[in-house]
Design a protein around this ligand. Sequence first.
Ligand code: PGA
Length: 251
Amino acid sequence: MTESLPVRIFPDRTAASRTLAEEVAALVRSINDSGRPAVLGLATGRTPLPFYAELIRLHREGKLSFARVVTFNLDEYLGLPGNHPESYRAFMQKELFGHVDIPVENIHIPDGMVGPAELEAHCAAYEEAIRAAGGIDFQLLGIGRTGHIGFNEPGSPRESRTRRVELDPITRQDAAPAFGGLEHVPEYAISMGCGTILEARRIALLAWGSAKAGIVREALTGPVTDQVSASFLQDHADATFYLDSEAGAEL
Ligand code: PGA
């Protein structure tokens, strides 16, 4: 089948993550050498774990400093304080930020505790902070079984910006084990929009395992549609899928 954007298939997730981590480290160094901070868009979930492990390894080996890295995370659950173990702020601290030399003021994650009255302004300020940082140089993505990138569930317009989103039942189901039951999974989140994500200069979407093979095929070879927000990447100038052999099995 013909894919409409570059796809790299690796024997396993470790090999894929190692390759991408080295590429990102080189990108950070070259942007820093040009005299400005590198701006990374980051993701959560199970998928980025081996990639973050590789970034930490490169940092420990002295090959990657986060001293001049600015980060923006894709999303956060609404209603979860940053110290809740399932919040994405806690996830990032545990899986990456706590192990590298990133200045705390360089980290941006939507605030899950923002009240309804401040929500719109909070989302607009998030967009403004991305702009003020010069835009995102590199955006990391996973893909949900609904085809979401960030929490842009089916029906999310291509032009959508950072906003409150309702989680798809499939997404909540997938999160239920981590929360100890569906009833504890938040119903809403704040997410960068498809339009926000598509403005990143370079994008890598990672997917591992056979459960993702079907949606990966749809995103790459199906129509560009808001029913599969990852399909919007087909029109991006510099987006690549990094897959293990199982996630790439249906291509
Ligand atoms: P996962 O989630 O990495 O936990 O599979 C991916 C996603 O929902 O984007």
